[in-house]
Design a protein around this ligand. Structure first.
Ligand code: NCD
Length: 307
């Protein structure tokens, strides 16, 4: 099996640091990297909608001088004819050098990786994992805070279905003394494979609360998320929960001057546009970091060294 990235834990802390260093260098010297992937092809296999992640991968490959191809919905692929992910990836392995794949089913990227001749990057598998969003989040925090140790990180919204939250927690527990505060309605609390099997098993400090206001002053980072409509079993529950949290100016007044607000995007209602110009709101800046860290990851998986 080629080197694949299915979970953030598929990269060691050293490798993560190396990727962030490379991404920083690309930001400073884009010219040096602009032809490093000439002749290489990235396939984007997206069975589920995406704007940012897919285009971020494509932008990353194009800026490295490579090319891209792919599909952006299951409807426009042979999945509609009944082709399995395993067969599709076998075919793609013949066309491309590396691929990024998003699928609504948990574990789909693993199935692909097992049959692939080329590196597979999981670009989101159901409510499970989203490692390159995590790289994006880590890169943003590292660039703007300088470190991860001793941070108090609040995660707010749909902690049950939000794969970006699950991935980010997995990555952050590897740093020293990171404290978590999970803010969600009762119905959208963390699944037990994260809460019990990861956090409690490893003695990680965390609190679970429903009120955002009461914890805002203590946070270094607030990670806001959208309620994941597509993973709900009924629309009624979604409608009842979708506006549970709305981060607005009044709430931002309760937060510290240095607190960062991150969001994987797309945003629906959970962050009022009135705070977009607040210097603490870094979610659009986060998108930029995402492209550079994906550039660094593509180079690493293709084993391209740049001097
Ligand atoms: C996230 C995802 O797909 O999980 N989006 C993204 O990749 N930036 C978050 C979301 O859809 O809410």
């Amino acid at each position: 099996m080629p080197r694949c990235i299915l979970s953030p834990l598929d990269l060691s802390v050293e490798e993560l640091n190396g990727l962030m260093d490379t991404a920083m260098d690309i930001m400073k010297n884009p010219e040096k990297y602009s032809k490093t992937c000439e002749g290489k092809v990235l396939a984007t296999l997206f069975y589920e909608p995406s704007t940012r992640t897919r285009l971020s991968f494509e932008a990353a490959m194009l800026r490295l001088g490579g090319r891209t191809m792919g599909f952006h919905s299951a409807d426009s692929s042979s999945a509609t004819k009944g082709e399995t992910v395993a067969d599709t990836i076998r075919v793609m392995s013949k066309f491309a050098d590396i691929c990024a794949m998003r699928h609504p089913k948990e574990g789909a990227a693993l199935v692909a990786a097992e049959k692939s001749d080329i590196p597979v990057i999981n670009a989101g598998d159901g409510g499970h994992q989203h490692p390159t969003q995590t790289l994006t989040d880590l890169m943003t925090i590292k660039a703007l805070k300088g470190h991860f140790d001793n941070l108090t990180v609040g995660m707010c919204g749909d902690l049950k279905f939000g794969r970006t939250v699950h991935s980010l927690i997995k990555a952050l527990v590897r740093y020293d003394n990171v404290k978590f505060i999970f803010i969600s309605p009762k119905e959208l609390m963390l699944p037990s494979y994260i809460r019990d099997d990861l956090l409690i098993q490893n003695n990680i400090a965390f609190r679970e609360v429903t009120k955002l206001e009461e914890v805002l002053p203590s946070l270094d980072v607030l990670y806001m998320t959208r309620v994941q409509r597509e993973r709900f079993f009924n629309e009624e529950d979604y409608v009842r929960l979708k506006d549970f949290y709305i981060l607005d100016k009044k709430k931002m007044d309760l937060a510290g001057k240095e607190m960062l607000v991150l969001h994987p995007l797309p945003r629906v209602n959970e962050i009022a546009t009135e705070i977009d110009d607040d210097p603490r709101a870094v979610y659009f800046e986060q998108v930029r970091y995402g492209m550079y860290i994906r550039m660094a990851l593509i180079l690493k998986l293709l084993e391209i060294k740049v001097k």
